[in-house]
Design a protein around this ligand. Structure first.
Ligand SMILES: [Zn+2]
Length: 121
């Protein structure tokens, strides 16, 4: 569990840098949890654990991806406009939410229903 919290911290850091315009997003290639769990079809991934869905469904990621393709259609997925900042921030916040849920779970609090069934998008 500690390890998963660290993975989510890396993911938060990734999105912080995207928001700051310091890096781009390469999806599964540079997503810290994906790099470990994607090949296993998301089994054990903290994001899939939290949303109850695979391939980042139920997260703000599809909206980010859709916006990048529809509005910018560039090779690099990064911040190009205000909407990009908003969507990347939502992603960062969602990653932080999962990290907090992992911490709570580790602390022995029951977050199962409260966390998993929160509506997102
Ligand atoms: Zn944009």
């Amino acid at each position: 569990m500690l390890n998963k919290i660290k993975i989510m911290e890396s993911s938060i850091e990734k999105w912080e840098k995207i928001i700051a315009g310091k890096r781009s997003d390469s999806g599964v290639v540079d997503c810290p949890p994906c790099r470990i769990y994607y090949m296993l079809a998301c089994i054990g991934c903290p994001i899939a654990w939290y949303t109850g869905k695979k391939f980042c469904k139920g997260t703000p990621y599809p909206a980010w991806l859709h916006h990048q393709i529809q509005a910018h259609d560039k090779l690099l997925k990064k911040v190009y406009c205000d909407e990009c900042v908003t969507l990347a921030t939502e992603m960062r916040d969602f990653m932080a939410e999962i990290r907090d849920a992992l911490k709570a779970e580790q602390a022995g609090e029951t977050v199962k229903d409260g966390g998993k069934n929160k509506p997102h998008g």
